[in-house]
Structures are given as structure tokens and as C-alpha cells.
Design a protein around this ligand. Structure first.
Ligand code: PBG
Length: 356
């Protein structure tokens, strides 16, 4: 019998204590706001949120990103104020992306002591030492070709490998990633977050950090990162769009979830301290799968630029209630199994959560 048949049966027979009515009434538990709060299964608080920041050269720069209303490229001198306001709202971590002064084939500013992210990390630590500074470790914002690694150009360097022209060379790039991570740690980064989806990146960075004496600097690996259309607005924000081609030779196919577990297993074996699934919304099942398979490690989900832009655009048109849907989305990501959420909504959400 299905539920409707059961109810009809109860009505006819008087079976059960309250003839004519179902005994189970889930609505009893939703009668009052207090009861609803008491019985809420999933928590969401500002401490769960990581606030991404785009840092650029110059002075007094606060340049809004067209496709991400409310998100700005900030110069280093603007950071102290931004950090204090985030901290005042209960946000305890930021994720830094840098826009360099100059780009070149390997991205030299990426590991320069006075590079933009290095300056930003120092400024944040000076202004508010308790703020946890996470730095994105990748090449794409720094290379003139916009790819996440050194490219196989002008003829393959090992012809026997038959790698295509323009292929991101894995192992040569790992050496640079390790240098970048060390230089971020030297500047004060508390956590480094490699986002390139290259094979062996976590192990290479762990080795580099340890050799430089940073054995206490954790690695938050972008362990499951898909080749996604939802990064579009970010590429405007960070000026890191590939000049040609795409990132499908290293980022994952959106159709795959078994592969996500394999990628995660490798990163765990290489010493990742925290894991990530990115993007979040089209990948809630992946968040759940990684959370279930690796309950020992903290898991972050990245609520990416395109996900932010959709909500902002619809809200600006009056088609969605921004506050409601943002809190619903963030709660959904937590419910799927994420411990932490990287989100451009962080400050707004923290403000709204404060009122609940
Ligand atoms: C790479 C990086 C990207 C994002 C974070 N780190 C871009 C990409 O992989 O193409 C995207 C984040 C977002 O869309 O919000 N450094």
C-alpha cells in the first residue's frame, strides 16, 4: 500500500487511534519559528565562509568587476579596511588571487618576493594577524598565454612523448608551483591552495614547503576541480582567461564522479591537509561522495563566480530574493557535506546570518 491508500484504509476501517487522520504529522514539528530553529539539521555561520579577494597593483584602486556586482579588484592599501570589515562580520579566512603588473611565459611575478600576492599577504597580516590568509597557487593569472602551466610550444621538448602543441607540461610546472607556495608562505600565507589540477602538485608543494622549513603550512588542495563554464566571470576578475584553447587537459570532465574519488585519493596520499570540490552547485553529489569517502579531512566547496553572477543577475531583475536564495544555496552546500564554503557572498551572508 502506498501512503494515500493507507490513509484511505485508515479512514474506512477506523484503524489506528485517530480514525480518519494519519498518526504521523511532520507539521507538528514546524509549528513555531523556535521549534524550527531547534530542529534544524544543518548549521551555517560566518565561520564556515571563506572570502575571496582579488588584489591588484596601484593605489586607492577599488574596481568593480562587471560580471560580479559587489566584487572588486583591490589595491594593497585597500585591504586593511576590507579585512577589518570581514573580521567584524565573523569571517575568519580569505582566499587571495593576484593580478600581476606584467605577464610572461612562466609567470615570474608569481614567486617574486614583492609580487602582488606576497605584498597582500604581508599587508593583511600587518593589519589583522588573526585573519587566516589562504593563497591560490596557480600560473594562469601570471602567464601571458593564460594557461595553468608551462606550455609545450615551439616543438615538443621530448618528441617521443608526442604531446600536442600548447599542452600544459606537468612536471616542469610542478617546480614552479613549489616555488610559488614557498614564496607565499614566506610572505605570511597561512594555507596554500594549489588550483591547477596538475598531477603530483600536492606532493611537489609539500616537498618544497618542508625543504624551506614550512612544515606547518597546510595545503588546501583544489582536489576535484571540473572544467566548468561557471568560471567565466572569474576570468574577467582575475584576468586569467586562456588566450587559446581551454583547460580540459587538466581539469575534470563534469560527467565524472569516480574520477573525483581517484583524484582525491592521490591528493590525500601526497599529503593534502584539506580537500575541495569546485564548482559547488552542479556538483553537490560530488561534495557528498568526497565527504563520505574521506570523512577524516576537512572539505571545502567553491561557490564559484558564475554561480554568484547568476544569483546577482536574477536578483537585480527582481526575479529572485537574493538574501533567501543565497542562504538557501549556502545551506545546501553545507548539507551536501562541505565543512567550508568559499563564496563571494561571504560578507552579505555573514550580515544576513547575524539577523536570524
Ligand atoms: C585558477 C582558478 C580559477 C578559479 C579559481 N582558481 C579559474 C580557472 O580554473 O579557470 C575560478 C574561481 C571562480 O570562478 O570563482 N587559478
Amino acid at each position: 500500500m502506498n501512503l494515500l491508500e493507507e490513509m484511505a484504509f485508515e479512514r474506512q476501517t477506523g484503524n489506528g487511534r485517530t480514525a480518519g487522520f494519519p498518526a504521523a504529522r511532520p507539521r507538528r514539528l514546524r509549528v513555531s519559528p523556535q521549534m524550527r530553529v531547534m530542529l534544524r539539521e544543518t548549521s551555517l555561520s560566518p565561520g564556515h565562509l571563506i572570502y575571496p579577494l582579488f588584489v591588484t597593483h596601484g593605489h586607492g584602486v577599488r574596481a568593480e568587476i562587471g560580471s560580479m556586482p559587489g566584487v572588486y579588484q583591490l589595491s594593497v592599501d585597500e585591504l586593511a579596511g576590507e579585512i577589518r570589515s570581514a573580521a567584524g562580520l565573523g569571517i575568519s579566512a580569505v582566499l587571495l588571487f593576484g593580478i600581476p603588473a606584467k605577464k610572461d611565459p612562466i609567470g615570474l611575478e608569481n614567486f617574486a618576493a614583492d609580487g602582488i600576492v606576497q605584498q597582500a599577504a604581508r599587508a593583511i597580516k600587518d593589519a589583522h594577524a588573526e585573519m587566516v590568509v589562504i593563497t591560490d597557487v596557480c600560473l594562469c593569472e601570471y602567464t601571458d598565454h593564460g594557461h595553468c602551466g608551462i606550455l609545450n610550444v615551439g616543438g615538443p621538448n621530448r618528441p617521443e612523448l608526442r604531446l600536442p602543441e600548447g599542452y600544459v607540461l606537468n612536471d616542469q610546472t610542478l617546480e614552479i608551483l613549489a616555488k610559488v607556495a614557498v614564496s607565499h608562505a614566506e610572505a605570511g600565507a597561512d594555507i596554500v591552495a594549489p588550483s591547477g589540477m596538475l598531477d603530483g602538485m600536492v606532493g611537489a608543494i609539500r616537498g618544497g614547503l618542508d625543504a624551506a622549513g614550512f612544515n606547518h603550512t597546510p595545503i588546501l588542495s583544489y582536489s576535484t576541480k571540473y572544467a566548468s563554464g561557471f568560471y567565466g566571470p572569474f576570468r574577467e576578475a582575475a584576468q586569467g582567461a586562456p588566450k587559446s584553447g581551454d583547460r580540459r587537459s587538466h581539469q575534470m570532465d563534469p560527467a565524472n564522479v569516480r574520477e573525483a574519488l581517484r583524484e582525491t585519493a592521490l591528493d590525500v596520499a601526497e599529503g593534502a591537509d584539506m580537500l575541495m570540490v569546485k564548482p559547488a552547485l552542479a556538483y553537490l553529489d560530488v561534495i557528498r561522495a568526497v565527504h563520505t569517502e574521506y570523512p577524516q579531512l576537512p572539505l571545502a566547496a567553491y561557490n564559484v563566480s558564475g554561480e554568484y553572477a547568476m544569483v546577482k543577475a536574477a536578483s537585480a531583475n527582481g526575479w529572485l530574493d537574493e538574501e533567501r536564495v543565497v542562504l538557501e544555496i549556502l545551506t545546501g552546500i553545507r548539507r551536501a557535506g562541505a565543512d567550508l564554503i568559499i563564496t563571494y557572498h561571504a560578507k552579505d551572508a555573514a550580515r544576513w546570518l547575524d539577523r536570524i
